[in-house]
Design a protein around this ligand. Structure first.
Ligand SMILES: [Zn+2]
Ligand SMILES: [Zn+2]
Length: 57
């Protein structure tokens, strides 16, 4: 299953949305979580959100 961006409904590699953390608005180390939202590494760990592509390997 592919996780889609919550804003544009495209997978992470096709998404061209401006990427910033949905919690702290940081723009560093932003990755998509399994819920389709973008997180910085700190907030992603704090919220226990897995990477969108973590089950693709
Ligand atoms: Zn997007
Ligand atoms: Zn953050």
């Amino acid at each position: 299953m592919i996780t889609l961006c919550s804003q544009c409904d495209k997978p992470e590699h096709q998404c061209t949305c401006e990427r910033y953390c949905c919690h702290c608005k940081s723009m560093e180390n932003i990755r998509m979580g399994v819920d389709g939202l973008y997180y910085c590494s700190d907030c992603r760990e704090a919220c226990d959100v897995l990477l969108a592509d973590s089950d693709a390997h």
